[in-house]
Design a protein around this ligand. Sequence first.
Ligand code: TNX
Length: 522
Amino acid sequence: MRLRRALLALLTAVGLVCAGASLGAGQAAAAAAFPNTVVPAPVSETANGSTFALTSTATLSSDDANVGGYLAGVLRASTGFPLPLTVGSSRPGSIALELSGAPSTVGTEGYQLTATATGVVVQANQPAGLFHGVQTLLQLLPPAVMGSTVNPGPWTVPGGTVVDYPRFEHRGAMLDVARHFFTVAQVERYIDELALYKIDYLHLHLSDDQGWRIAVNSWPNLAVHGGSTEVGGGPGGYYTQADYSAIVAYAASRYLTVVPEIDMPGHTNAALASYAQLNCNGVAPPLYTGTNVGFSSLCVSLPLTYTFIDQVIGELAALTPGPYIHIGGDEASSTPASDYATFISHAQQIVAAHGKAVVGWHDIANTTLLPSTVAQYWGTTATDAAVASAAANGTKVVMSPANLAYLDMKYTRKTRLGQNWAGYIDVNKAYGWNPGSYLSGVGESSVLGVEAPLWTETIVTSADIDYMAFPRLPAIAELGWSPWSTHSVTGFHQRLGAQGPRWKTMGVSYYHSTEVTWPSGS
Ligand code: TNX
C-alpha cells in the first residue's frame, strides 16, 4: 500500500496522473487539492501545497517580448505594481516565461506551468504555448486581476504544476460581420475575449446578402455600395485593407489565425447589387436588408464570375497570412446542383492557385473536393452521408453542429436575442457532446477541431456578442482543447462558475445560465 502511494505520488509529481481525474477519492485527499477554476480544463494539474504571492517588488522575465508585454500589461493595470519586464534575460523574474524546458509532448501550443512559494515559471516550445500558459496563470490569480483599475489584491497563485496542450489543432470562433457590421475595435475586443479560452482561429464571415465588408481594389463598388447597409437597414460599413490587416495583426498578437470567408455562390446579393455585369441577366438587384437566405447566386455560366473570384480571392489571400480561405458554399438553393458542383470545383482551383487551402460549409461535401479542402459541419443531426463519405476519402472536418455549437441560437425560449431554428442551446447542451465521435463516420482522426459560429441577424452591439458567446463559447473551447478524460458536467459547471467574477470585472455582460451556480455578486 505504501509502495502504491509512493508510486502514485511519483507519477503525479512528473505530471503523468491528473490529480482529480485519476486518483481515487481517498488518494486524492492525500495529494493537495488544485483549484478547479481553469477553462479549458488542463491535461494535468498537480498541487504542491505552496502558494506564490505576487508583490510590489516582483519582476517579470520573458523569452518572448509579445507574451511578456501582454502579461505585464494585464498585471500592471490591476495590481498597480511596476513589474519591470526583461526580455530574454538570463536572470529569471518572479514570473518567468521561458521558451525552453517544456516537455516535447506539449507541442507547439502547449506549456508547462510551475508555481512555488518563490515564483512562477511558464515553459513552452513556441510563443503560442507561452501565451496559453499565461492565460492559465491569469485564471489561477484572483478574478480582480482582469480589472483595468488598481485593486488591493492579495495576488496569490496556488502552488503546483500544470502540463497542458490541446486535443485539437483547430479551435475556432466565427463572427458574422456581414449581417451587422462590427468595427475593428469591436472585433479586437472579441479577439481578446476568445484568447482567454485558448481559441486559435477567428473566422470572419466577410460577405453575405446584406453586406460586403472588405475593400477589394479591383472591384471597389463591392465595399462602397455592397457595404453600405446591413440587416434592418442600418449604415453597415466595411474594412479597408489596412483595417483588415490590423485585425489580422491583432489576432496574431493573441495567437489567433484569421480565416476570411467570402460566401459563394449563394449569399451574394451584396456583390450582385454592386456590379450588374455579375448577374446572368445583367441587372443589379437592390440591396437587401432582410434575413431570408437562399435567394441569391453568382452566375455560374458567366466567365466574368471566375475573373471576379480570382481577383477577390487574390487580394484577400495576399492580405491573409493564415493557411485558409473560406468560400462559404452554404444554402446555395438558387444554384442548380450541377452548376454548384462546377462552381465549387472552380473556386477550389482558384483558392489553391493563390496558395491557400479551402474551408467550406459542409454543403460542399456533395462535390469533388481537393485533398486540402476542409468541410465545416453545421448540420443538426449526428449523421450525414456526404460528410461521412468525404471523411472516408480523407477530408478533414471542423465541427460546428448548429444545434450544439451555434452561438446565435437562443439559450431558452425567453432569450431576447438570437434564433431558434436549430433549437435552444443552454450550457449543458453546448458542452454535452464529443467532437471526436459525434458525427457518424467522422472519427477523431478526421476531426480538425471545433468552431463556434456567431451569426448576427439579431446581434448588434458588443454587449450582444458577449451575451450570446458567454458562457457557451468557453464550453466549445473546452471541447476543442481538453482531453475527453477531463470531461465532466459538474466539473465544468464549477470551472465555468469561476469565470463569472472575471467577466463581471471585465464588463462582459454574460448570460447567467440557471444550469450553473454563479458566485454571488458576479
Ligand atoms: C444558417 S449556418 C446560415 C446562415 C444564417 C444562420 C442563422 C450556415 C452555414 N448558414 O446564413 O445566418 O443559419 O443561424
